[in-house]
Each structure stands twice: as structure tokens, then as C-alpha cells.
Design a protein around this ligand. Structure first.
Ligand SMILES: NC(=O)c1ccc[n+]([C@@H]2O[C@H](COP(=O)([O-])OP(=O)(O)OC[C@H]3O[C@@H](n4cnc5c(N)ncnc54)[C@H](OP(=O)(O)O)[C@@H]3O)[C@@H](O)[C@H]2O)c1
Length: 281
């Protein structure tokens, strides 16, 4: 029965016309991002750098950024050494003038923007959530949540000009299950799940997909306190089906998939990549 329907659909001239009108490209383009321009925030190290590599290896012109010029320079030369088309600039995502500079430079030097990977986050507080101060909340919400929305707002008009685009937010498994001593950070990551859901229906009409990835514990400086201590690490592994922590490239690949034509029917979704850590059904 299913085979009958599939054959009817793919041999049907009306269905073919519908596919053309919806802009859906069936097998051929797949995961290639050739000709696309991708802004990735906080992309001079860790998951952001791995995302830049994954998008660049698939043919995208990647725009890397972070707060420190020395880190930008290092990432640019690393990616150039891998034959990736790359442009770099400093950008602290918590500063409006930096966000505007990042987008304007991308438009000037790359001719447009098709992809935004909003990856930056900070965590200035460990402890009992009731001890967190207003300034902690301001910083976490500014960098982890508001900047993700405000950058999306800046790039959307330019994605519309290109006929569509893709936005990916980097949340965390902590967004589903708050981590001990990381209350405000966890709440900020839950907010990104909501932001994904809020934006997706509004932007679908412009052929812009909005998705999110929620990593488990990944080997980066951000999570070093967890994986460099053998006892803590062994205890943590009990929560995992795959008995190791993840590598940044394992998140970069998920992000590249979400930005690609392979994910053309996915929007408003969050993919967890946690080694089987239970976060949700
Ligand atoms: N690692 C994990 O286990 C894990 C798990 C779940 C989710 N995540 C999420 O993954 C994302 C990336 O984390 P990561 O582990 O890859 O971190 P990381 O390896 O420590 O890298 C952090 C990057 O962010 C940049 N950065 C820091 N603050 C910034 C700001 N305000 N504006 C712009 N860039 C900034 C840093 O460069 P500069 O110092 O030059 O600014 C650096 O390039 C975050 O959203 C984090 O919440 C990580």
C-alpha cells in the first residue's frame, strides 16, 4: 500500500509541480552547502569551530568569530589550512554593535547570508540557584538567549532576499533536565528550545528553517571540570549508553545536517546528541 502511494506520488505530474512550487529538491543536492554563506558565533574553539569545519567541508563560505582577535586569527588559519573558504572577525554576541558589525561584514565580504549557527553561551555561576544575582541572570540571558534572537532578527531580511535560509541554536541537554549547580544556565538553554518553537512557524513562510541541537557533555574547555577529573567522569558515564563523552565533531556534523537540504522538511525541532543520556522521551 505504502509502495503504491510512493510510486503514485513520484510519477504524478501534479505532485511534481507541487514539489517544484515548494522549492523541495529531491536527491541530488543532499548535504552539499556549496554556494552558501554561514555565520557561526563563538566559532574559534570547541563546538563552534567544529561546526565551522563541518559546514566548510561541505562547501559553505564560513564566517567565524569570537571575542578575542588572537583566537579569530588562529581559527582562520586552521580552517584555511583545510582548504575551507573562511572569513573572520571579532564579535562578542552580547554587544549590539558587534552583532551588527558581524552581519554587515558578512554581507560586504560574502555577498549575503544563508545560515546562522547561534552557538555562544556563558556560565558565570555555579551553585544554589537561590544564590544567583540579578547581574548573573542579566549576563546569562543577554549572551545565551537574547543574542540568539537578536542575531536571527538581523539576518532574516537577508535570508529572505536569498529565497530562504537555516538557523540553528545550540542548546544543551541541561535545557531538558537542569544540571545541578547550573540552574540559571540550564534555564537559558530551555529558553532556546522555546525560541526554536516560536520562530519556526513564522519563518517557514519565508523558506527559513529554525532548529536546535542539544548536546550532552562534549570534550571542550567549557566542560573541562567534568571530564578532566577521572572520578567525576566515571560517575557521569553511568548516565550514558555510549560510555564516553562526545567530541565537538559529533555536534558539528549534526549542525551541518540541520543546515543542509537533507533536513529540508525539519523545522522547529531539537536534536539531542548525548550518547544516550536520558533527557526526554
Ligand atoms: N561542551 C559541552 O559539554 C556542551 C554541552 C552542551 C551544550 N554546550 C553548548 O555549546 C556551545 C559551545 O560551547 P563549547 O563547549 O564549544 O565552548 P568552548 O569550547 O569553551 O568555546 C567557547 C567559544 O566561545 C567563544 N565565546 C565565549 N564567549 C563569547 C561571547 N560572549 N561572544 C562570542 N564568542 C564567545 C570563545 O572564544 P573567545 O574567548 O575568543 O570569545 C570560544 O571560541 C555553548 O552554547 C554551550 O552552552 C556545550
Amino acid at each position: 500500500m505504502l509502495r503504491f502511494f510512493v510510486r503514485r506520488f513520484f510519477n504524478n505530474p501534479v505532485a511534481e509541480q507541487t514539489r517544484k512550487m515548494s522549492g523541495v529538491k529531491l536527491p541530488g543536492s543532499h548535504g552539499s552547502l556549496s554556494g552558501k554563506v554561514a555565520i557561526i558565533t563563538a566559532s574559534t574553539d570547541g563546538i563552534g569551530l567544529a561546526a565551522a569545519q563541518a559546514l566548510g567541508q561541505r562547501g559553505a563560505h564560513v564566517v567565524v568569530s569570537s571575542r578575542r582577535q588572537s583566537n579569530v586569527d588562529r581559527a582562520v588559519s586552521l580552517l584555511q589550512g583545510q582548504d575551507i573558504l573562511v572569513t573572520g572577525t571579532t564579535c562578542n554576541v552580547g554587544k549590539r554593535e558587534d552583532r551588527e558589525k558581524l552581519v554587515n561584514m558578512t554581507l560586504e565580504q560574502c555577498g549575503g547570508v544563508d545560515i546562522l549557527v547561534s552557538n555562544a553561551a556563558v556560565n558565570p555561576f555555579f551553585g544554589n540557584i537561590l544564590d544567583s544575582t540579578e547581574s548573573v541572570w542579566d549576563k546569562i540571558l543577554d549572551v545565551n538567549v537574547k543574542s540568539a534572537f537578536l542575531l536571527t532578527q538581523l539576518v532574516v531580511p537577508h535570508m529572505k532576499e536569498r529565497g530562504g535560509g537555516s538557523v540553528v541554536f545550540v542548546s544543551s541537554v541541561a535545557g531538558y533536565q537542569p544540571m545541578q549547580a547550573l540552574g540559571p544556565y540550564s534555564v537559558s538553554k530551555t529558553a532556546l528550545l522555546g525560541l526554536t518553537r516560536a520562530l519556526a512557524p513564522e519563518l517557514a513562510q519565508n523558506n527559513i528553517r529554525v532548529n536546535c541541537v542539544a548536546p550532552g557533555v562534549i570534550r571542550t574547555s567549557f566542560s573541562q571540570a567534568l571530564w578532566e577529573n577521572e572520578d567525576i567522569l566515571e560517575d557521569f558515564k553511568k548516565q550514558l549508553s555510549i560510555k564516553r563523552i562526545g567530541e565537538p565533531e559529533e555536534i558539528g556534523g549534526v549542525i551541518a545536517f540541520l543546515c543542509s537540504q537533507d533536513a529540508s522538511y525539519i523545522t522547529g525541532e531539537t536534536i539531542t546528541a548525548t550518547g544516550g543520556m536520558s533527557g526526554r522521551l
